[in-house]
Design a protein around this ligand. Structure first.
Ligand code: ZN
Length: 198
């Protein structure tokens, strides 16, 4: 359906391909962009391109960062012997916001999901096991409490057990299927404090 000029159609199509943006929102955004001052559009486009080009994975914890080592891993005051395993950089951000966790993180970038064809090879597990060869006292598994998060927690704990490192799981009570990033700080802190050994 070519209701608009080729350029406008192309813009709407690109915007609609983003997650959470339907056709109507894409149309609204496209017209908003077209009506924005040229320099503002340039700035937005530049930020998008620069971010995409410069952001990389932290060499230690695999979170997204624009340095070789992210600020958390680079901080010597953090306890590097306690590693919290999360699915996503947004989960890490949620825990950082509570200011109650003094350890470091490991970001898996996903969870094991046989239904979606995501196996252990597809997430950053190899990197985690590599880190465990160092001086680690505890691994706290803070994957989401949905089916994928729980199976990932089980899988990871089975992998770590033979190493003798203590493995804990954050307390449930976190709403089922609720992504960590949406949960308030009090609940997160409680989940962390109430963690149980696996
Ligand atoms: Zn890091």
């Amino acid at each position: 359906m070519n209701l608009y000029s080729g350029h406008i159609n192309k813009l709407i199509e690109e915007l609609a391909s983003l997650p959470g943006i339907g056709n109507k929102s894409a149309q609204n955004l496209a017209f908003h962009l077209i009506n924005m001052p040229q320099d503002k559009v340039n700035r937005l486009a530049n930020v998008m391109m620069e971010t995409r080009a410069k952001v990389c994975y932290c060499k230690e914890c695999c979170t997204l960062t624009d340095k070789e080592i992210c600020p958390v891993c680079a901080n010597e005051r953090r306890n590097h012997k306690i590693i919290m395993v999360v699915e996503d950089p947004r989960d890490m951000a949620a825990y950082e916001k509570t200011g109650k966790f003094e350890g470091v993180y490991h970001v898996l970038h996903g969870a094991i999901s046989p239904m979606l064809g995501i196996g252990p090879q597809e997430i950053r597990l190899k990197e985690l096991l590599e880190r465990l060869k160092g001086d680690v006292e505890e691994v706290i598994i803070a994957t989401n409490s949905n089916l994928e998060g729980e199976s990932t927690a089980m899988y990871v704990s089975k992998l770590i057990k033979p190493t003798g490192i203590k493995v804990t799981r954050i307390a449930t009570g976190v709403p089922v299927g609720g992504d960590l990033e949406y949960i308030d700080e009090v609940t997160l802190t409680r989940a962390l404090d109430g963690r149980v050994e696996l």
